[in-house]
Write a protein that binds this ligand. Structure first.
Ligand SMILES: NC(=O)c1ccc[n+]([C@@H]2O[C@H](COP(=O)([O-])OP(=O)(O)OC[C@H]3O[C@@H](n4cnc5c(N)ncnc54)[C@H](OP(=O)(O)O)[C@@H]3O)[C@@H](O)[C@H]2O)c1
Length: 418
């Protein structure tokens, strides 16, 4: 049955009861490819909540790079993971703001009508790691709306009760839906993995991107100084507004990017540009960085390891340009540097980080709010790196600005690019 897009903001039931079906953007195994083709609108049965699960009516959903990967089916297809084999579809979306609509058995902290944001980590209550180590270490750990279906690009989403956080009152639905995945990831990377200290200097790749806009604000809030790498001066201005000490337009140092398969002469040439880049970083920060905030991967990793100061840390959570990294390891061991892997965040980190948003100390950075009809387009823009900060999609909300119930600074609106 065709989905009536004019009815997306309407639901036929009151909180506590679920309608039979909902509109959802669905990726299927037989149409993986460019986001503009892989995402298609379908009518899907609304799931019932299991024990300790909650069905949330989505008011707005946030767009993330993970569902660009899900659409492309690379580096792995999501269909082998989580509950995908059971349902056969992928409803993506790892950020949402919304209203608790129905709670499953055992849920006592939340009730129908509560306004929430959703963090995207799931793990089984039965895994012992969840209760003493870290849910991120649990064998059952999955990213909701990427490694599982029932994500937020639908009228309703199914989540574990522990994923819910109170919606910051000063934020509109689209602002509240925009920050979770990237902000909570950046929080863990800097606070808990790299253990940033006041006075630390930090190099941030992609500083105007989803992770970077939060890393830049967090470094400032922690009493550190950052230099952001960006691909245009317009993005550089945004990064300065977010509290960076300076920015570098990477177009000036294009030659430092590792492509792979270079000849020894090309390697030497690349290294000369890397040195010049590291010198510029030092000039801006006054010293080499204590921490490099990495997620670009193959293209930048050799430069990150070289540029970080002796005993410094490169913390990495992704690899947009490729995940097979190679670098000159002599700069790692001789100068006693550390490489730290990091992946999303646990519920406690999300809770602490969400409080900073509630207090107005960290602000969402919204590039664009789009309609529910534009989910595929939004991912295509992200795939083509035409965005800055975050993109939100209205689902239950009919226009921007709805859902604010308190006073506060709200989101920063990024006036950049396309
Ligand atoms: N493990 C986790 O929990 C986790 C969480 C969030 C994200 N990630 C991963 O981290 C990566 C970034 O996520 P995001 O949300 O920040 O994406 P994003 O919004 O696209 O921002 C990434 C930024 O990186 C820069 N960039 C892209 N390709 C580059 C290249 N070849 N060389 C140098 N800079 C490049 C771009 O900035 P400029 O063009 O301005 O330089 C871009 O704005 C993605 O691969 C994502 O899947 C992982």
């Amino acid at each position: 049955m065709a989905v009536d897009l004019t009815q997306i903001s309407q639901v036929s039931t009151e909180p506590g009861e679920l309608p039979a079906t909902m509109a959802a953007w669905v990726i299927r195994e037989d149409r993986l490819g460019e986001p503009s083709d892989a995402f298609q609108l379908e009518e899907i049965e609304v799931p019932e909540p299991g024990a300790f699960e909650v069905i949330v009516r989505v008011m707005a959903a946030g767009v993330n790079f993970n569902n660009v990967w899900a659409a492309l089916g690379t580096p792995v297809s999501v269909f082998g993971y989580g509950d995908h084999p059971q349902y056969g579809h992928h409803i993506g979306g790892s950020d949402a703001s919304g209203i608790v609509w129905k709670v499953g058995e055992g849920v006592t902290r939340w009730k129908p009508g509560d306004e929430v944001v959703v963090h995207c980590n799931q793990a089984s209550y039965e895994d012992p790691e969840v209760h003493g180590l870290d849910p991120m270490a649990a064998p059952s750990q999955k990213i909701w709306g990427y490694e599982t279906t029932w994500g937020s690009f639908a009228q309703f989403t199914k989540v574990q009760a522990q994923q819910l956080l109170p919606k910051p009152a000063a934020l509109a639905w689209e602002e509240a839906a925009s920050y979770g995945l990237t902000y909570f990831t950046a929080y863990r990377m800097l606070m808990d993995r790299a253990k940033i200290q006041a006075g630390d200097r930090v190099l941030i790749w992609g500083a105007a991107g989803g992770l970077g806009v939060f890393a830049t604000q967090l470094v400032k809030a922690a009493g550190g100084e950052s230099v952001g790498v960006v691909s245009s001066d317009e993005k550089g201005e945004l990064v300065m507004k977010l509290g960076a000490k300076g920015y570098i337009n990477r177009a000036e140092f294009d030659g430092m990017m590792r492509k792979g398969g270079e000849t020894p002469a090309e390697e030497k040439e690349r290294f000369a540009v890397t040195r010049a880049f590291a010198k510029r970083v030092k000039e801006i920060l006054g010293e080499s960085p204590d921490i490099v905030f990495e997620h670009v991967g193959k293209a930048t990793f050799p430069t990150s390891v070289f540029t970080v100061k002796p005993f410094g840390k490169v913390v990495i959570c992704g690899a947009t340009s490729g995940y097979n990294l190679d670098f000159d390891v002599r700069y790692l061991w001789m100068r006693q540097k550390e490489i730290l892997g990091s992946h999303f965040a646990n519920a406690w980190e999300c809770t602490l980080a969400n409080k900073l948003i509630d207090d107005g100390l960290i602000r969402p950075v919204l590039w664009r709010t789009m309609g529910f009809d534009q989910v595929a387009e939004a991912h295509q823009l992200m795939h083509e790196n035409k965005h800055a900060g975050k993109i939100s999609v209205l689902v239950g909300a009919t226009e921007e600005g709805q859902g604010r119930t308190g006073e506060g600074p709200g989101a920063i609106h990024a006036e950049v690019g396309a």
